[in-house]
Ligand binder design. Structure first.
Ligand SMILES: [Zn+2]
Length: 74
């Protein structure tokens, strides 16, 4: 899938990326996009992914492609 990206040296799907941000399994995830800011920890490229941690919630997760930094917006 073209949506897959390399994060921390591993190829991940949108759903796998969402699970890295959330720390557990998620219901569903949209495509991976480039975020418009750099990682505050290492200055690396940040990608974003919109996902549903449960049937009633939708959040946007951000993840550095180089290090373990991540963040989520409710
Ligand atoms: Zn980083």
């Amino acid at each position: 899938m073209a949506d897959n990206r390399v994060v921390e040296g591993r190829m991940v799907t949108p759903k796998k990326l969402a699970e890295l941000v959330e720390g557990e399994r998620v219901m569903d995830a949209e495509g991976i996009e480039d975020a418009d800011h750099d990682c505050p920890e290492c200055g690396g490229d940040v990608v974003s992914v919109g996902y549903m941690p449960s049937v009633t919630a939708f959040v946007t997760g951000y993840k550095c492609q180089e290090c373990s930094w991540s963040e989520r917006d409710d």
